[in-house]
Ligand binder design. Sequence first.
Ligand SMILES: [Zn+2]
Length: 497
Amino acid sequence: MGVSFLRANLCGAALLFVSLSLGRAAPAPGQAVPEASSPPSPSPSPTPILYSPQTLSDLKNLEKTALTNDYAYRQVAHLANNIGPRLSGSAQAQQAVSYVADELKKLGLDVQLEKVMVPHWVRGEETAALVQFPGQAADTTQKIVLTALGGSVATPPEGLTAEVVVVRDFDELRSLGKAHIQGKIVLFNYAYDRRMAVQGRGGEAYGEAVVYRSDGPSAAARLGAVAALIRSVGNASYRLPHTGMTKYAADASKLPAAALTEEDADLIAHLAPQGPVRLHLVLTPQQLPDALSYNVIGDLKGSEHPEQVVIVSGHLDSWDLGTGAIDDGAGVAVAMQAASLVRQLGLHPRRTIRIVAWMNEENGLRGGKAYAADHQSEIANQFAAIETDGGADHPLGINIAGKPEVKAMLEPVAEILRASGAGLLQLREGVGADIDPLRVLGVPNFSPIQDSRFYFNYHHTAADTLDKIDPQQLAENAAINAVLAYALANLEIPLPR
Ligand SMILES: [Zn+2]
């Protein structure tokens, strides 16, 4: 009793602030506000009821049940270990579509496959070696560990050889100019900021560095380079390269592009000031014709407003180096668990809870874009969208991309999630790649706030595998999905847009 008593009082203080800042009257029944801490009404306006007492009790049950349930872990284990990497257009991606559709049918959901044409890029050989460098012993080369960036064009089959120019950023590239870049291989040696990551700002550190992956190759091409390399984005150690999509600009030629491990980027950056460093590079990826694939959609029909949908989602495709466990098998699995728990507890949401396994987040976002385009005519009925795509580590609460009032409306939900340390509410501009096209059309977006300190150790590398998932922390993410989805599905009033 002691701990919960303390917590109730601490939370009461926070709730008091929210009520006052809204200019609300004393909490109405069903708002989960501790009555002892309710202030005298500062305003005569009536307080809308947000959640019925029954809903609040169901939410508590969902939270408790989610934390001791291994459904999501079993699902991500199947996706990662039995099916494996699921790059768009691959046989494994197709297998994953069938598998998730079948699993959602087993839960009694109304399942649809919505067509999406996806890019079909296939990784080939990828090798590199320093063939000339200061201090080189006779007849030796040094192996360089790298991986092609997603969408990269190939080198000639026998490879290409050129001197490497190391730059930290775009400014340094521009200051060197065409005279120093023409005919060379450019290495962008921009480091992912580990200090930001240890502060729990892994996503922001990623955002700062990833621009060299997306825009570096075209910037180098405009100055006449023959290939572009980047320092891997992320804090992977142990000489693991990190892949991810590059983006060729229309006004630049397409250069073969790859990411070096941090260690290999450091090695070249160490040697280059001492004298010429020449690299032999072989990349043989192929861009095949677009392939037919699907977003998998499973509806748990609403009892009062079946036409209004609350999307709970993750993306089914993954990069090909690992097995796509944390990115984003985990996100699909916790979304599926939301439906599984609502079924298990025999609950009937007022609005439809729609589980979506998106296709092609990683190298095209075709699934998210197609859904928004296909459902634009009924956008008012797209009530809300949740996506989990930040791994499987401990969630601290809920990110909200919507009107500031939405945050206060979710306070009773946060109060329930506080029991597992997930009671934070945070307004953000955008919270999920696949649901962002819906946000642009006015649909409130949500995601769990996930611990990002370790995510970029593994993300997009060969080490994105099942062992990186802690079943208990995965269950905490599933709890957020289930509680938030059911709360939104049963919210007594519409969300402001
Ligand atoms: Zn992802």
